[in-house]
Design a binder for this molecule. Structure first.
Ligand SMILES: NC(=O)c1ccc[n+]([C@@H]2O[C@H](COP(=O)([O-])OP(=O)(O)OC[C@H]3O[C@@H](n4cnc5c(N)ncnc54)[C@H](OP(=O)(O)O)[C@@H]3O)[C@@H](O)[C@H]2O)c1
Length: 358
């Protein structure tokens, strides 16, 4: 078993980590850490809010084995005690603690702090596995025994999973995406106030559009001479927050380099989704990465976010787009705290083990 630590274990993503790592076949959680506010408390006490309420957000109960485990202060742990450290903290905190950990061990991060550095890959298994090679360069350049590898922003994930087969099969010229993002995507602190979101849509999420645009081209880019050359397509995003608990919905318009029929697009999505993890032996990989619906009323967050354990991207409403050259449009849905955060990060760690990097 590989020994792992979860930093930010009390937050929305941290809690998903614990559910996903409970009885994981390869990874054993030996440490939970969070801020000094939580340090020294049993996990269940660290979850309590100002009224004494337990602030647990997953659909599943708190795994028994973590209820009484003592939460450590993230600044006092010895990173060399662990094979992998999963971090689920805001970027300002990640900026400080991740390099300290990475000097000694592997860090798989859900934060954006290091995503845009030249020697840091943003890994999505099945999409850009070959970017793992950048890790050796990162270690050498920084003189670290370990490394940092972040996962993408949760909105980027569903988008790149669907763009990859389109890019490979037909080429991409332009992508336009509008998101309708779930509340849990904003985390717990500060999160989104109920009074601001009930009966409402918030048309702006700070920094999100830039992140999705830059990350998508980086993830789908080519690794040439130890550098990632971003994929050569134009991309324009609008990101909004809606009154949905979990699951980001995205409306995507793509201009392909080569004309494709709707049947061909569906076939390419389905074939890619069914084959991408075949024989890879990654415990968290879904049997199908993309699921296509013909029913025009799908995908819907409540019905489809948990397909294949929240690790599949559901796609529907695939149509031609007459406003774009070789245009195709569709609606996608992906789970922001499972595939888009904790379980996505665990899948990355599994890939790193398989690739012999951990
Ligand atoms: N929510 C999503 O859907 C999603 C998806 C992808 C990526 N992400 C990214 O994942 C990260 C975590 O997001 P979240 O939604 O889980 O946030 P959150 O619910 O606000 O949780 C933040 C966590 O950080 C901990 N923390 C605060 N200061 C700390 C410190 N100095 N040292 C160690 N831990 C500290 C908190 O612990 P205390 O309880 O002790 O304060 C808490 O456990 C963010 O970078 C976010 O952008 C989130």
């Amino acid at each position: 078993m590989y020994s792992v630590a979860v930093i930010g274990a009390t937050g929305v993503v941290g809690q998903q980590f614990l559910v996903a790592l409970d009885r994981h076949p390869w990874f054993k959680v030996d440490c939970l850490a969070a801020s000094p506010r939580s340090a020294g408390k049993p996990y269940i006490e660290a979850l309590r809010g100002p009224e004494g309420e337990v602030r647990w957000f997953c659909d599943e109960p708190i795994p028994e084995s973590f209820i009484d485990m003592e939460v450590k202060d993230s600044s006092t742990i010895d990173p060399s005690d662990f094979d992998i450290i999963f971090t689920a903290v805001e970027s300002d905190v990640a900026l400080k603690i991740e390099p300290v950990y990475a000097k000694e061990t592997a860090v798989v991060s859900t934060a954006s702090a290091f995503r845009y550095e030249e020697d840091v890959p943003i890994l999505v298994p099945g999409i850009n596995d070959n970017h793992v090679k950048l890790i050796e360069l990162q270690k050498k350049r920084r003189g670290w025994n370990g490394f940092i590898t972040p996962i993408p922003n949760c909105t980027t994930t569903g988008l790149v999973v669907t763009l990859k087969p389109l890019l490979d099969e037909f080429g991409l010229d332009k992508v336009i995406m509008t998101s309708m993002q779930a509340l849990s995507g904003a985390g717990r602190s500060p999160g989104v106030l109920a009074l601001d979101i009930i009966d409402n849509i918030i048309p702006y999420i700070r920094g999100e559009e830039w992140k999705v645009e830059v990350e998508s081209r980086k993830i789908l880019g080519s690794l040439i001479n130890d550098k990632i050359k971003p994929a050569d397509f134009k991309i324009s995003c609008t990101c909004t927050r809606v009154f949905v608990k979990d699951g980001h919905t995205e409306v995507v318009y793509a201009s392909l380099r080569r004309k494709a029929s709707i049947e061909e697009v569906k076939e390419v999505f389905t074939r890619f989704g069914e084959s991408v993890f075949r024989n890879k032996d990654l415990p968290s990989a879904p049997e199908r990465f993309i699921i296509c619906f013909d029913d025009p009323f799908r995908p819907q967050p409540r019905l489809d976010r948990d397909l294949y354990g929240g690790m599949a991207v559901a796609v529907g409403r695939i149509r031609e787009d007459p406003a774009l050259e070789n245009g195709v449009k569709y609606v996608l849905l992906s789970h922001n705290t499972r595939l888009g955060a904790a379980k996505g990060a665990i899948l990355v760690a599994e890939l790193l083990v398989r690739e012999g990097v951990v």
